[in-house]
Design a protein around this ligand. Structure first.
Ligand SMILES: *Cc1c(COP(=O)(O)O)cnc(C)c1O
Length: 370
């Protein structure tokens, strides 16, 4: 008997693995594996969702007119420069599908967001990985590697999972080196957590460039990961083409209403982001004071490059009821949660250190903290 024939790329794709339900012997559970907001949704936002639920017998507004207009206003751009999607990951998939000619390549730093290679494979676009240097993008190597087949360059800023940020001037100089007929997508999923003095969103670079787009999401700072809304800001020529790749009605009316409500509650939501940023400094401070090498993070997570010890430390965290993200053989990413979540992680880190004496013994010990 034969089997249905799929593109051979499917043989190499990792199967989806649901995150392990983590709970300690005493029933503790701290979800620090997915960089979600630890804050429950504001009552107003839940009310907007409930109200939108009354209309779910109807299709949502196809193009998300009101939400698009509201996002455009928030960024001081015209509406023809904004596209919404079912998460910024959906927009990324649309971008990849839009450039997927036979020999098309997409370039990204590595390690970076784990979905980049998956989405590239699915779209049939060859991935080109440029290694990080000192946990940050090597923009020089990336610019040099742009070739005839490069259709898209992804820049994750701040980078997931290392948390490092590229400066605005460096990014602009990089964009100047990439030919105008190659797309650059700057993924700013964590931009609301950036506190580096002088930092600026790459949205400022989209105004006078034909080939640069910025991806943003409601999944992190706005606390709507469960509803799937993201958006892109870029030149009208690109936005118009991307809208043609939109999976019809994929951003639900409930999601659109929640995003609108969240934009109306920016002040409260951003003060929650401030709390996370303060906790980020506390957690990193405690870790570095006890000998861990932790790059400075401009996001809502920290990166511990532990090499071969990553998996075992991840298991110990799990035993303590703390879910973290392990990249086997490389490192471990821990999200910043509530103070109680973070204390649970710090306790697991202290226990690990007491046992092994040198936390990053199996990994490269030279992580610059600049
Ligand atoms: C979390 C994350 C996103 C957000 O994806 P959504 O589809 O909007 O939930 C995008 N890019 C990176 C690098 C992320 O870590």
């Amino acid at each position: 008997m034969g089997k249905p024939r799929f593109r051979s790329i499917f043989d190499g794709l990792p199967a989806y693995e649901p995150s392990r339900a983590v709970r300690s012997a005493t029933g503790d559970s701290h979800l620090l594996a997915a960089n979600e907001s630890p804050h429950r949704p504001l009552p107003d936002i839940v009310a907007a969702i409930t109200e939108a639920a009354e209309t779910i017998n109807r299709y949502p507004d196809f193009g998300g007119t009101e939400l698009t207009a509201r996002i455009a206003r928030a960024h001081g751009v015209t509406e023809d420069r904004v596209a919404i999607g079912a998460g910024s990951v959906a927009l990324l998939q649309m971008l990849l599908q839009a450039v997927a000619d036979a020999d098309a390549e997409v370039m990204y730093a590595w390690r970076s967001f784990e979905l980049y290679p998956v989405l590239a494979d699915l779209a049939g676009v060859r991935g080109v990985r440029i290694p990080l240097v000192d946990e940050r993008h090597d923009l020089n190597a990336m610019a040099e590697r742009v070739g005839d087949d490069t259709r898209l360059v992804l820049v994750c800023n701040p980078n997931n999972p290392t948390g490092t940020l590229l400066g605005h001037d460096d990014l602009r100089a990089f964009a100047d080196r990439v030919p105008a007929d190659r797309l650059i997508a700057v993924d700013e999923a964590y931009f609301e957590y950036v506190r580096q003095p002088g930092a600026r969103s790459a949205i400022a670079l989209t105004a006078d460039r034909p080939n640069l787009v910025v991806l943003r999401t409601f999944s992190k700072a706005y606390g709507l990961a469960g509803l799937r809304v993201g958006y892109l800001v870029g030149p009208p020529y690109v936005v118009a083409r991307l809208r043609k790749a939109y999976l019809p009605y994929s951003v639900s009316a409930v999601a659109q209403a929640a995003a609108l409500a969240a934009l109306g509650r920016q002040k409260e939501l951003f003060s929650q982001v401030d709390e996370v940023v303060a906790e980020r400094a506390r957690v990193r401070g405690e870790l570095t004071a006890t000998g861990w090498a932790v790059p400075r993070s401009e996001s809502n997570f920290l990166w511990l490059r532990m090499g071969a010890a990553s998996g075992e430390f991840g298991d110990r965290c799990g035993d303590a009821g703390v879910a973290v993200r392990v990249f086997p053989g490389e490192g471990l990413r821990v999200s910043i949660g509530t103070p109680a979540d973070n204390d649970a992680f710090l306790a697991a880190a202290a226990a690990w250190r007491a046992k092994t004496r040198s936390p990053a013994a199996d990994g490269p010990a030279t992580v610059s903290n600049c």
